[in-house]
Design a protein around this ligand. Structure first.
Ligand code: FES
Length: 281
């Protein structure tokens, strides 16, 4: 059983939890995820690790209410327990295996869309702890949906906030901020990491391809059971077929077939669609 030590709302339908899971906290790295099962019969929910404290033995998760299970999870309070908290799963972010000295010479731009700010945070924090201060663009629909801005500012080089409706920060999509930084402000980036809704990652990749910036994306949004069994997260990366949960979740964004992945994500939402996908495989 895994105790919830902290539970708080970050925005409407987005909440944060610190969960006591010492073994996961000891071994996890940025980019990895856990699978949470609330009770015996609960659905398996894959969630990216947002932060970890090896000494306290805690893992932070940030969750958006998108269906019945996450709605139920939002009702759990401090002091209550999850039945299972499995992890760390997936491959760590690519930076972890790079020589920190080489990393120091790299200019890195993170593009975080909505809930994607949560999985971006541990990567930026890890880089900061290794002497690299990356720039971060945080995008949200409105001011109220901007999350973790202060936490990010504490570990990033520059943080640029964009809102679709212009209620806070730069008015417009994250892609227009990427373009502005590079074309108007003359910034150079060696690599971009984009994490957020599929459509945001798709258009960020189109923009960075145009600008010649290699880009990594995290395909968490298409995961369902996180075990390599359900097939929901199957996607084409160049000529290869990959599973986001076992081969990723990070991939070369310029090679990902986003249109196929988004179509699959839509179909997977209904039983009829799932049956259709099974027939095609
Ligand atoms: Fe089910 Fe990857 S999430 S196979």
């Amino acid at each position: 059983m895994y105790k919830i030590l902290k539970a708080k709302d970050l925005a409407e339908n987005i909440f944060l939890m610190d969960v006591e899971a010492p073994r996961v906290a000891r071994h996890c790295e940025p980019g990895q995820f856990v699978i949470v099962k609330m009770d015996e019969k609960g659905e398996r929910i894959p969630l990216t690790i947002c932060d970890y404290d090896r000494e306290k033995g805690t893992i932070t998760i940030v969750v958006q209410v998108v269906g019945a299970s996450t709605k139920k999870m939002a009702e759990y309070k401090e002091g209550e327990y999850f039945r299972d908290f499995t992890g760390p799963l997936g491959r760590p972010s690519e930076f972890i295996s790079e020589d920190p000295e080489t990393l120091k010479n790299k200019k890195i731009l993170f593009v975080a869309g909505g809930l994607g700010t949560a999985p971006v945070y541990p990567q930026v924090k890890w880089l900061h702890e290794h002497g690299v201060d990356a720039d971060v663009i945080i995008g949200a629909k409105t001011k109220d949906l901007v999350i973790m801005e202060e936490e990010m500012k504490a570990v990033a080089g520059n943080v640029y906030v964009c809102t679709d409706d212009g209620s806070y920060g730069h008015a417009g999509m994250v892609t227009s901020m990427v373009e502005k930084l590079v074309k108007e402000e003359g910034k150079h980036y060696d690599v971009c990491v984009a994490i957020g809704p599929m459509i945001m990652m798709k258009f960020t990749c189109l923009m960075t391809k145009d600008l010649g910036i290699p880009t990594i994306v995290s395909m968490n949004p298409i995961m369902v059971d996180g075990t390599g069994m359900c097939g929901a997260c199957r996607l084409h990366v160049g000529d290869e077929v990959k599973f986001a949960c076992v081969d990723g979740p990070e991939f070369d964004g310029h090679l990902v077939d986003f249109d196929e992945a988004m179509k699959r994500q839509q179909m997977y939402r209904t039983e009829e669609g799932r049956a259709m996908l099974r027939l095609q495989e």
